[in-house]
Design a protein around this ligand. Structure first.
Ligand code: GYE
Length: 317
């Protein structure tokens, strides 16, 4: 049910947040389960809602924007108190976000952003996606030194903000290093299966001996590519350096085994900051900043990746 927060004459009704949260109903439009990281985000979001006593209405869009738009319209019809949205692509949201605004239902974006006026959403909880790509590029530049390095790139879902921004950031990271060149770049849609298929095509087109490094917009595509590199008779992490993003358990395991070189961590807990902001807004009218940034941390073979794998492997990935 929708809770109206009423402004009392000269005062705002204050309620203890935890007690208040127990009455909230929140709709969550999730993209799907394309990667281990996405699965972990879903697990953590459900845990964060349960911990707060929030009634979470979960909708899996199977990677389709039209399913996300349908789910948002259903949440509006149900009169939820707020909506969480992980937008599969960056464009095409204005109309449905305006419908949520007209219904006075705040929307919080998780892990991806939208190309829409920012008054159409309360806040976005994301990492700095450009920075992640730049850190990956700078790491590779440092790893190869002055050696010539022909790079292949596995992009995320076409039109998604991480695919756009992580590409931009990586190019910034390698800028000025004329010995580094991206020779092939294609989407693997953030999945292991497509990462393997596209890497196979890169190896066939370029010849494995002519590829120095792989930059993948997420670890799942990198893990798929590792299989393709092995099947081509090459040593991933040695013959072809590999850097990606998410820091899922299997990436830490690959680095520990010398089959991958670096990953940048993306927390799956976007829901914690999102629900904190929503509770404060709905209970006290506290308006959050338009962007709540989550941390990004580089992991390399210098870290104890086996131990980190053991810590992360049961967290819902
Ligand atoms: O890196 C990937 C997932 O939106 C930033 O989406 C997120 C990305 C994440 O498929 O694993």
């Amino acid at each position: 049910m929708k809770l109206k927060t009423t402004l009392l004459a000269g005062a705002i009704a204050f309620a203890p947040l935890t007690a208040f949260a127990a009455d909230l109903t929140i709709g969550f439009s999730q993209i799907g389960s394309e990667s281990g990281w996405r699965a972990a985000e879903t697990t953590v979001t459900k845990q964060e809602a349960e911990r707060r006593g929030i009634d979470l209405k979960f909708a899996d869009a199977q990677q389709k924007q039209e399913n996300q738009i349908k789910a948002i319209r259903s949440f509006i019809a149900q009169g939820v108190d707020a909506i969480l949205l992980a937008p599969v692509v960056a464009t095409g949201w204005d109309e449905v976000l305006e419908e949520a605004q007209d219904a006075e239902i705040p929307v919080v974006l998780l892990d991806r952003t939208v190309d829409a006026p920012d008054d159409l959403y309360l806040t976005a909880v994301t990492s700095d996606l450009v920075h992640e790509g730049k850190v990956a590029g700078e790491w590779l530049a440092g790893a190869v030194g002055d050696d010539k390095c022909r790079i292949v790139e596995l992009q995320g879902t076409t039109g998604s903000s991480p695919a756009i921004d992580r590409k931009t950031g990586f190019e910034q990271g390698i800028a000025g290093n004329d010995n580094l060149e991206i020779v092939r770049s294609q989407t693997g849609d953030f999945t292991r299966s497509q990462g393997k298929v596209v890497m196979e095509s890169f190896l066939k087109a370029e010849g494995g001996e002519n590829i120095c490094a792989l930059y993948a917009h997420n670890d799942d595509m990198a893990v798929g590519a590792i299989q393709a590199i092995k099947e081509a008779g090459l040593k991933p992490g040695e013959d072809i350096k590999i850097v990606a993003i998410d820091a899922v358990p299997d990436a830490h395991l690959a680095i520990a085994n010398g089959e991958m070189n670096a990953t940048i961590e993306l927390t799956p807990n976007m829901a914690g900051p999102a629900l904190d902001a929503l509770e404060a807004y709905l209970a006290n009218g506290t308006v959050p900043p338009k962007w709540i940034q989550t941390e990004s941390r580089l992991f390399t073979s210098a870290d104890d990746n086996q131990a980190i794998y053991e810590q992360k492997k049961d967290l819902g990935y």
